[in-house]
Design a binder for this molecule. Structure first.
Ligand SMILES: Nc1nc2c(ncn2[C@@H]2O[C@H](COP(=O)(O)OP(=O)(O)O)[C@@H](O)[C@H]2O)c(=O)[nH]1
Ligand SMILES: Nc1ncnc2c1ncn2[C@@H]1O[C@H](COP(=O)(O)OP(=O)(O)O)[C@@H](O)[C@H]1O
Length: 204
């Protein structure tokens, strides 16, 4: 059986640049992570595509998925549900491929409880003013939504202590390099490579 893949979880406040950094990371071609597309009840923003950015569903559909045990984790964030479909993650990890989740902090803590050997990375802004500038600059949210997201950001940054790594997103290319460094070093963990050696040396 193939060795199970590695699960990487990236969180960080809204507007810090998670999507930007994740896309840049995937574009380097140096990683062969599979991105788990989340499900949400949020309405698509301009340019967002169903099945690419998110699976956009109704509240009823989302709640049915929860009831049927089909979510690895889920959370309510600024009036909408967001969650990770379990099947894709399990099947991909079982094939020995690594999976990348980009999710908020409450969901990440559910993953931490269920998948203890996942790697948890928190993307931080250089400061809160810069975070607000990025949310305004992105131009996708109304000012009241931006203010709700900033308010939430403070509590989210406090949750950083529950993560394995903190990466500052000052410059996108630097943040990408830092994440690549984390991934390279995580691949060398003894607990990850031990199954290979167990095959080599056999059971005692
Ligand atoms: N728990 C959880 N959070 C998610 C998931 N997908 C996205 N999120 C988070 O939900 C929050 C809001 O996402 P979104 O509305 O796309 O805003 P954005 O992050 O500002 O682009 C962000 O912190 C996302 O990382 C998911 O599957 N589960
Ligand atoms: N390192 C950075 N420096 C300046 N602007 C950035 C940086 N990273 C992201 N941005 C910009 O900040 C805004 C929010 O980024 P986005 O990736 O949508 O954040 P998130 O997915 O965390 O909500 C976007 O307009 C993006 O272009």
């Amino acid at each position: 059986m193939a060795k199970r893949g590695m699960l990487i979880v990236l969180s960080g406040p809204s507007g810090v640049g998670k999507g930007t950094v994740r896309k840049a990371l995937f574009e380097t071609g140096a990683t062969d992570f599979s991105y788990s597309i989340s499900m949400t009840t949020r309405k698509p923003r301009e340019g967002e595509v169903n099945g690419v950015d998110y699976y956009f569903v109704s509240k009823e559909e989302f709640e049915e998925n929860i009831r049927n045990g089909e979510m690895l984790e889920y959370a309510k964030y600024v009036d909408n549900y967001y969650g990770t479909p379990l099947k894709y993650v399990n099947e991909t990890l079982d094939q020995g491929k690594d999976v990348f989740l980009e999710i908020e902090v409450n969901g990440a803590m559910q993953v931490r409880a269920n998948c203890p050997d996942a790697v948890f990375v928190f993307l931080t802004p250089p400061d809160l003013m810069e975070l607000k500038h990025r949310l305004i600059g992105r131009g996708t949210d109304a000012m009241d939504v931006i203010n709700k997201r900033i308010k939430k950001a403070v509590g989210e940054i406090r949750m950083m202590r529950n993560y394995d790594y903190a990466v500052v997103n000052d410059e996108v290319s630097k943040a990408v390099e830092r994440i690549q460094m984390i991934i390279r070093s995580e691949r060398l963990r003894v607990t990850r490579v031990m199954p290979d050696y167990e095959q080599m040396i056999g059971d005692e």
